[in-house]
Ligand binder design. Sequence first.
Ligand code: CA
Length: 668
Amino acid sequence: MYAAAIAALSVTAAQPAAAQSNYDARFVAYPSYNGTDLELLVDGSGTHFKLWSPTAEAARVNLYDNGRTGAPYKTLEMTINPSNGVWSASLPERLYGKFYTFQIQNNGKWLDETPGVWAKAVGVNGKRAAIIDFASTNPEGWNSDKGPAVKNFSDVILYEMHHRDMSLHPSSGIANKGKFLALTERGTVSPQGLATGIDHLKELGVTHVHILPSYDYNSVDEANLPANQYNWGYDPQNYNAPEGSYSTNPSDPATRVREMKQMIKALHDAGIGVVMDVVYNHTAENDGSNFSLTAPGYYYRHREDGSWSDASGCGNETASDREQMANFIVNSVKYWADEYHVDGFRFDLMAIHDTETMNRVARELKQIRPDIFVYGEGWTAGDSPLAVERRALKENVSKMKDIAVFSDDIRDAVKGHYSNAEDRGFASGKPGNEETVKIGIVAATAHPQVDYKKGNNSKFPYAGSPEMIVNYVSCHDDLTLTDKLRKSMPDATDAERLAVAKLAQTIVFTSQGTPFMFAGEEVFRDKKGVHNSYKSPDSINAIDWNQKATYKDQFDYYKNLIALRKAHPAFRMTSAADIAKNLKFDKIDSRKQPNLISYSLLNNANGDQWAEIKVIFNGAPAAQTVSVKGGNWIVVARDGKIDPAGLGSSQGGKIEVAPYSALILARE
Ligand code: CA
């Protein structure tokens, strides 16, 4: 069970803050070290090893010719600087091409070898760190490479994908299937001649890809490729090196680095930003993790009895509230932003981290590039010794600057409960979700017409700004939207489900905040009903690009929906005050007209060319009639069609809204 698989658990009741246990208290006295030269530095004077391990009794470096096999050709004894807990050893030559591990002595015993916590390049399966010349890994033009400039985070459109899902199916037409290089190939097409890969992303119009874990993770045997092994990658091993199975040669440490950079550069050249999914909240192993083998106990939280605390649901949880763990997280994301030009970070189970550390993450990233986007899951998967008020929870997002959280409010209200497959939501005909959808529409900000007491999940306006909210109806976790609609609408036709899917995404993409979609939903992707596909085979996970032709109408709708959002800043307001002033809900009695929401974006909101945009959602299985004031309206969306340039005109008055559909009107 991996974090993301159960990550949709919200913390609802506040627990009392657990007392700091005696077991943990001893770690507070550890000295910390915030230098970026930890573990390995190669410079003009040679190769320098530095290991942070304040309580080790001895430490050494083992040097190897090979990334996997053979005995060390040399072992270096290290010496400690007690003021910062850092052990050092140096050699006068530059050891490019060699590999190393650390070992510490703890309680009289030498622990297992570890590549350390700061390995930036590794041998196959990440057991030994590699010494490579990073300058040699830069693709042509790398020095001038940069992602798209982001003015406001509400301008971002996120597309969540997994490397294998995007390219593995034969219909992708992509040569480097399941690899970083898949997203460097241009001109790839489906059997029907429709764009796939990077060209597909450009055609769809998303601004950023959010890629499932791409750091080195534990579960896939890199030495045994190309077996049909699949994992989402929420089982971190080496946080600062790319995953080997996504490279064309996992045995060559430089290849994975170079190919990941090539991917990022190709996306940047296409005007698309790259967000990394980062999972600092837990590690795949407990006693065998690189954290445990370098500083036993320190990096994790424990219960009063000394056992592993487990807010991740994966067997352990890290301790961002300790100085050196905070240093690690901050320096790790800064490293990816610097060395790989990564444009954003999605924090898995972010509420396991403390708000102070998350604020430091955003603040220090901003010094590298002010438009790096940081967001995360504002919940945990279990209880934690970290006090509730310190957790980077959704409910605490207003304590964090320049950080956004996922809105489970809009997610569950629109499509139905995430884990109860049969449950329906606003868009699929279940009454009673209207107020929670409104919470989503205003991005969980305070609004005079939204009654948070009626909210299903959140009971107060937790977001101080729409830039603190990421809206979505589905992601890699739980059922795809297609599967959810098949399970919750068993008697419906696919035509009805396609209509519901359009409506659901129309709600997400017209709401305030940042919209997020799961890869392939624009082609009605399913996962054959599998709820948790974290290690399901490609036959479940891979996107079948033949469906782009089958569901061409769906794809076109998504494309136009994105174009509408991009063309109209009224959907992308940047302050709660603007939303309260410019977004007005029409009075609808939901007892008489359930599953109906109507609102206006007024006053040329946020500099929009349109004076007013009328947005109406009918999530009922029957048509409903609304009254729109008279005027010269452009019809932007109606009856499952959408076109930012207009589908026709309307004079207002009584208008029928088709079942499971959105009606969007605008006037100059
Ligand atoms: Ca790996």
